[in-house]
Design a protein around this ligand. Sequence first.
Ligand SMILES: NC(=O)c1ccc[n+]([C@@H]2O[C@H](COP(=O)([O-])OP(=O)(O)OC[C@H]3O[C@@H](n4cnc5c(N)ncnc54)[C@H](OP(=O)(O)O)[C@@H]3O)[C@@H](O)[C@H]2O)c1
Length: 380
Amino acid sequence: MFGALKEYLNVVVALLVEIVLNTLLLLFSPLVYLYSRWGGYGNRMKRRTPLPAVPRSVFITGASSGVGEALAYEYCKRAQKAGVKDLHLFLTGRNVERLQTVCEQCRALGAAAVEPVSVDVTDAAGMREAIVKANAQKRLELVIANAGVSASNTALHDKPKQGALGYERSQYILDVNVYGALYTLWPALDCMTADGKGGQLVINASIAGYFAGPMFLSYSASKAAARFYGEGLRTAMAPLGIRVNTVLLGFVESRMTAYIKEKQGGLPFGKGAEEAAQALASRIARDEGIIEYPFWPFGLLGQVYNALPPLVREAIWNRGVGTVVAKALAKARRRQERQQRAPAGKEAEQRAVDGREDTANEAAVNLEQKYVYRTLEQWM
Ligand SMILES: NC(=O)c1ccc[n+]([C@@H]2O[C@H](COP(=O)([O-])OP(=O)(O)OC[C@H]3O[C@@H](n4cnc5c(N)ncnc54)[C@H](OP(=O)(O)O)[C@@H]3O)[C@@H](O)[C@H]2O)c1
């Protein structure tokens, strides 16, 4: 009884403190803004290594489609507009065909040199080699760790299943989104610190990093990790004149979101990739630490949600998202019941439709739970 009362009082005090602090912040917001843009040791050091108005050498991972592709075109257009004649682009991806098409388009948009680099971001040695080589060709001014995957565009038919809930999807998403970003940033940092001339690093995280989503567990966890790494790295690197910008995107049209767009008949508050790239390039040029785009509504919701005491967050989550989760699992259970009533041949037919043979591991799973497990597996 006393424990519960204490917990409740903690929440009330936390909310009151938050209201007071936010009111003070609002009153002093012009000063806070000016200090964050111009004040402090980090900003002083950065002013000693000013950035060019338009970068002359840009390395982008995941440039074979979506946001990365649109950013590559945007930097070409900016260079053309500013009369920059020596823009070098290093564009990476795994799909060579798509990558070549993007490179051709960039050449047509006036880039002086465009190098397609076919490398998997989870290959640490391969990434280091690619970045060091690119830097030797033309000193890198801007490196964008953009490549990423989500559960909806992660096909893992070739990977052995790792347990009842298929943790191989989790592993893969975290590998690409967290380690893939680090394997891009680390060698880039080595190059930029070697000659002391500074540079700029961008991490494409996601608004999903604000929300611990039960239906996109690894994605939101991976993007939260990327967000925190980016925020911390910005402060750590400022004295060396290296800018670090963390991008938190809401919905943007790309191959990653094509599935959602098709299923929902549109992207909620979504933006086109070209529009997003324009906004991102402008805000990267202004060296904004955290770039939420679009801000409305998920950026704002993310900020408010994260400022709430954990108990309140949990209450909101349980009520809203909890209902969606429960409904999805109930649907999976109904499907299981239908399956059990259906003739035996239907089971094999369904497996073919699922496009995945049961492994020994999966067979060991309680068959009663099969569809529930499959649903949960999609969320890992
Ligand atoms: N679109 C959105 O609404 C949204 C929202 C929030 C955050 N983001 C983030 O924005 C970034 C770009 O996503 P997008 O929307 O443009 O999706 P996309 O069209 O699917 O592009 C993803 C890019 O990442 C590359 N990639 C994926 N896995 C890779 C790997 N293991 N090694 C090397 N490259 C790899 C892909 O190249 P290949 O296909 O050639 O391998 C592709 O070029 C991601 O980090 C994503 O999480 C997007």
